[in-house]
Design a protein. Structure first.
Length: 87
């Protein structure tokens, strides 16, 4: 069982780790959520799109680029890893 001091130390370590990466700006959060939504939408459309459909290459590009591009930014990826590691 952890003591209050141990929990406080772990909390300080967590705050130190997430503090190493800049916070997302409002514009970053908006861009990230829009990219994520566009990627999900493209993936859903791809599921109903025939392999020979001329729109398929663009949908594939959007699904790959928009859903993952924002996560490739190091500070966003690090923030998400810190957040999910703490959960």
């Amino acid at each position: 069982m952890q003591s209050d001091q141990d929990r406080l130390d772990l909390f300080r370590v967590y705050l130190d780790q997430i503090g190493r990466h800049p916070l997302l700006t409002k514009q970053d959060e908006i861009a990230l959520s829009q990219a994520y939504e566009a990627g999900l939408d493209a993936q859903l459309k791809l599921a109903d799109t025939d392999p020979d459909d001329p729109a398929r290459p663009e949908l594939e590009a959007v699904a790959e680029r928009d859903a993952l591009a924002a996560l490739r930014r190091p500070e966003i990826r690090a923030r998400l890893e810190d957040f999910h590691g703490a959960a």
